[in-house]
Design a protein around this ligand. Structure first.
Ligand SMILES: [Zn+2]
Length: 463
């Protein structure tokens, strides 16, 4: 009913006095007419809505009939029959690893790392590799509705530059490992370049620099403590992999007499601002410790299934009140960065492992990919939902495919039938990165051509 009344209402308003029109504040952008899945605390869904954006911020959210007459926008995006929702937050990836997509599938995590990934990285990873890989990952993320990503890799300053050029928001961790890495010979060198990276990017509106010791099995205790101290000294996030496999837990018990979580807690590593990826093999005490220390967790169902690492106890995390986000992991172990697929697999895996179809309903899966991720990052006041005063990170999603027809429940469709390819428009920090699938910040042909040319070099290096 409401739709039929929009046009007459607007027509009446346009006919209103010139004085009233002059009083309308100028804004940069209105996203108009779609169904808005706000993701706010009361999970409001607004039909025939509008999101008003100015500068980097959302300045208003509500009914189109109320908002359109109030603002003069320089650009209008007609979301028509689309859904409008907060941009998706990928809480764990290694963006440049899109260059290793499909290089080594169907092997154990340890073999995958030791026989394929680490040797391939030693031979091929360079600043150029990282820039080209990150641009390719950024293209894929923009095209599939991710607006914020959390990264752990080498030459992270080049990840940052490429992400910023693409217009994406990133929490980007410089990786620290105890063996010689592509960008440093020793952990001490890595810590130095991490500090320089933090100094170069701290305060950037899009990039949050972070410290990323890879894992407890690739760093000794003094390095882990030094990494945590560096993160706290600068007030930046601390990222690591935790309890991804049963073997990691076995080895930690043998080496330290405790679980990986208890070990990290015993050396003072865990605290607010810490985000751990995976957390698959966890005791109830481990989960309680993460909650007590205010640690966020990134759940990566697709990577965990593909590498047969196990199923993270997501319902226990949620019951304990741990800040839980969703991630894809790197494209070498997934093999894509599509957060819609991650949502769907998170829901399915939770149901399968608990033998309970009520576990992880669609709304919870969508929450993990939006507000859950924001909370896990401690960024819930800035991103994660469409609310006045937050940064304007939002996407529009087409709902017109055969597999999306009919639609009774937008949230059900977003999680159970939608794909990244259905995203039409992606906006980050108030800037339109893609409109109706046309890229504005990236030259799609060039990004793909550069990646294909670089893949030839990877092939040669691995011969
Ligand atoms: Zn990872």
């Amino acid at each position: 009913m409401r739709a039929r009344h929009v046009a007459p209402f607007l027509a009446a308003f346009v006919a209103a006095s010139a004085a009233a029109r002059c009083a309308r504040p100028n804004v940069a952008l209105i996203v108009l007419g779609g169904t808005i899945v706000t993701g706010n605390a009361s999970h409001d869904v607004i039909e025939h809505g509008a999101v008003v954006v100015d500068g980097a911020d959302i300045v208003d959210v509500g009914q189109a009939v109320d908002l359109v007459p109030r603002y003069a926008a320089r650009e209008t995006i007609d979301a028509g029959s689309e859904l409008v929702l907060p941009g998706l937050i990928n809480t764990h990836t290694h963006a440049p690893m899109v260059m290793f997509r499909g290089l080594a599938d169907d092997v154990d995590l340890n073999d995958w790392l030791q026989k394929y990934i680490f040797p391939a990285e030693a031979k091929t990873v360079s600043p150029e590799f990282v820039r080209i890989g990150t641009s390719l990952a950024a293209l894929e993320m923009i095209e599939s509705g991710t607006t914020t990503f959390v990264d752990m890799y080498y030459f992270e300053e080049d990840v940052a530059t490429a992400a910023r050029d693409a217009g994406l928001r990133g929490v980007l961790g410089q990786t620290i490992v105890e063996f010689p890495a592509p960008d440093a010979k020793t952990p001490a060198d890595e810590l130095k370049r991490t500090e320089a990276f933090i100094q170069a990017f701290k305060g950037d509106p899009l990039i949050t620099p972070a410290v990323a010791p890879h894992a407890i099995y690739t760093n000794d205790t003094p390095t882990l403590q030094a990494a945590a101290a560096l993160a706290r000294r600068y007030g930046v996030p601390l990222l690591t992999h935790l309890s991804e496999t049963e073997e990691e837990v076995r080895n930690a018990r043998a080496a330290h007499g405790m679980t990986p979580t208890a070990y990290l807690d015993s050396i003072g590593f865990l605290g607010p601002g810490t985000l751990v990826a995976h957390g698959v093999w966890m005791t109830p005490e481990d989960i309680a410790a993460l909650r007590r220390r205010g640690v966020g967790v990134s759940h990566n169902p697709e990577s965990n299934m593909k590498l047969a690492s196990g199923a993270a106890p997501v319902m226990a995390y949620l019951a304990a009140g741990v800040a839980l986000g969703l991630g894809t992991d790197g494209a070498a172990s997934n093999n894509d960065l599509d957060m819609f697929e991650a949502m769907r697999q998170a829901a399915f895996l939770a149901k399968l492992t608990t033998s309970d179809p009520k576990a992880m309903p669609a709304r919870t899966a969508l929450d993990l990919a939006t507000m859950g991720g924001a909370r896990a990052l401690g960024m819930e006041r800035a991103i994660g939902s469409l609310e006045k005063g937050k940064r304007a990170d939002l996407i529009t999603v087409s709902m017109s495919a055969a597999r999306q027809t009919p639609m009774y429940d937008p949230v059900s469709h977003l999680v159970y039938v939608t794909r990244g390819d259905d995203v039409r428009t992606t906006i980050v920090n108030g800037k339109v990165l893609m409109k109706e699938r046309r890229l504005r910040t990236l030259d799609e042909d060039k990004v793909l051509a550069d990646a294909r040319a670089l893949a030839d070099k990877v092939r040669q290096a691995l011969r």
